[in-house]
Write a protein that binds this ligand. Structure first.
Ligand code: ADP
Ligand code: MG
Length: 312
C-alpha cells in the first residue's frame, strides 16, 4: 500500500465544516464571525510518552485527547485537527485500530481531520488542533488575581499512580490498577467544562505535567502566589488507600497525565462554578507574591516559583 492509499483509507474522512480538507496542498478553514482561532500542538513520542506495545486504539484516543485538553484549557470549541505520523513500517491492523480510536474521540467532539503528514521513522505522532473562541473569553494562564479561588476538575494523580505501578514503584491490587489505568490510557478531555467556564473563570490551564508544575505556570504568568490545602485535593478511592505512601503524594502534586483543568475564579463566583454540575473542587486561593504553599495538616510545604525539583 502506498502513502496515498494509506491516507485515503485510514485518515481521509468527510470534513463538512472545512472549506477544503484532506487531499490538497493545504486545508482551507473559516472561523465563525466574531471568533478567533485557538491553535495548539502536542507530540507523542514512543518511549517518552507511550510504550512501544501500547494498544493502538487507546493511542489514537490519547493522541487527540491531549490536544483537546489544550482547547479545553483555553475555553475553546475544538473544530479541526491535523495529524502527522512517523512509523517504522506500515502495519494495517495497527493503523485500523489507531484511526478508529482517533476518530471515535474526534466524532464525539465534532472535530474534523483536515490534513497531516505521513512518513517513515521512529513511531511518533503530532496533532495540531484548531478551535474557535471569543477573543475576550479565552481562558489565559495570566488571568489569576489575588483572592481568586483555585479549582480543579475530577480527581488528581490516578494516571501517575498507574504509571508508578507499571514502573514497579508501588504495588497496586489488580482492581486498583484497572481503575487508575483508565485515567492513564483513556483521559477524557474537559472540553465542555472549558466552555462553561467562559465568563466565570479568570484563568485556566490543563494539568498535564502535574498540579504544582502547571499551577506554577499560571502563577508565574499571572505574577501571583498560591496557598493550597493538600487534604482538599480530590483523589480517587484507590489513591486514598495509598495516601500513607510518599509516592502517592508525589503522584497527586507532581504526577503527569491528569488532563484535568485547574482554574481560578473570583470567590464571588463560587456558586456559579458549583452550578456547572460536575465534580469541581476548590483547593486553595491565590495570594500576593510568588510560588505555592501547600498545607498538609501541620506540615507546610513551600514551593518557590519554578522550583519543584524535589518532586522529580
Ligand atoms: P505534501 O506532499 O503537499 O506534503 P502529502 O502527500 O504529504 O502532501 O499529503 C497529501 C494530503 O494528505 C495532504 O492534504 C495532507 O494534509 C494529507 N495527509 C497526509 N498525511 C495525513 C495524515 N496522517 N492524516 C491526515 N491527512 C494527512
Ligand atoms: Mg507531506
Amino acid at each position: 500500500m502506498n502513502e496515498f492509499e494509506l491516507i485515503r483509507r485510514y485518515f481521509e474522512r468527510p470534513a463538512p465544516s472545512a472549506m477544503l480538507g484532506v487531499g490538497d496542498d493545504a486545508a482551507l478553514l473559516q472561523v465563525k464571525e466574531g471568533k478567533v482561532l485557538a491553535v495548539s500542538t502536542d507530540m507523542l513520542v514512543c518511549g517518552t510518552h507511550f510504550f512501544a506495545d501500547a494498544d493502538p486504539y487507546l493511542l489514537g484516543h490519547k493522541t487527540l485527547a491531549v490536544n483537546l485538553s489544550d482547547m479545553a484549557a483555553m475555553g475553546a470549541q475544538p473544530c479541526w485537527a491535523t495529524l502527522s505520523i512517523a512509523m517504522p513500517r506500515v502495519d494495517e491492523a495497527w493503523l485500523e485500530k489507531f484511526s478508529a480510536g482517533f476518530f471515535a474521540l474526534a466524532n464525539l467532539h465534532g472535530v474534523e481531520l483536515v490534513g497531516g503528514d505521513t512518513t517513515r521513522g521512529p513511531l511518533s505522532f503530532c496533532v495540531t488542533i484548531m478551535g474557535e473562541v471569543d477573543a475576550s473569553l479565552a481562558l489565559k494562564r495570566s488571568g489569576a488575581r489575588v483572592c481568586d479561588e483555585i479549582w480543579v476538575s475530577g480527581n488528581l494523580g490516578d494516571a501517575a499512580l498507574a504509571l508508578a505501578h507499571l514502573e514497579g514503584k508501588i504495588l497496586l491490587a489488580q482492581d486498583e490498577f484497572d481503575a487508575c489505568a483508565h485515567a492513564l490510557h483513556r483521559p477524557e478531555p474537559r472540553v465542555a467544562l472549558g466552555q462553561s467556564l467562559a465568563g466565570i473563570a479568570t484563568g485556566a490551564i490543563d494539568i498535564s505535567d502535574g498540579l504544582l508544575a502547571d499551577l506554577g505556570h499560571m502563577l508565574d504568568a499571572s505574577n501571583v502566589g498560591a496557598e493550597i490545602d493538600f487534604e482538599s485535593i480530590p483523589v480517587s478511592q484507590t489513591m486514598r488507600k495509598h495516601l500513607g505512601e510518599e509516592i502517592a503524594r508525589r503522584c497527586i502534586l507532581a504526577g503527569g497525565d491528569d488532563y484535568e483543568l485547574c482554574f481560578t475564579a473570583p470567590a464571588s463566583r463560587h456558586d456559579d462554578v458549583q452550578a456547572i454540575g460536575m465534580q469541581l473542587t476548590c483547593i486553595g486561593r491565590i495570594v500576593q507574591g510568588a510560588g505555592c504553599i501547600v498545607r498538609d495538616g501541620e506540615e507546610l510545604l513551600v514551593l518557590e516559583s519554578g522550583g519543584y525539583d524535589h518532586f522529580e
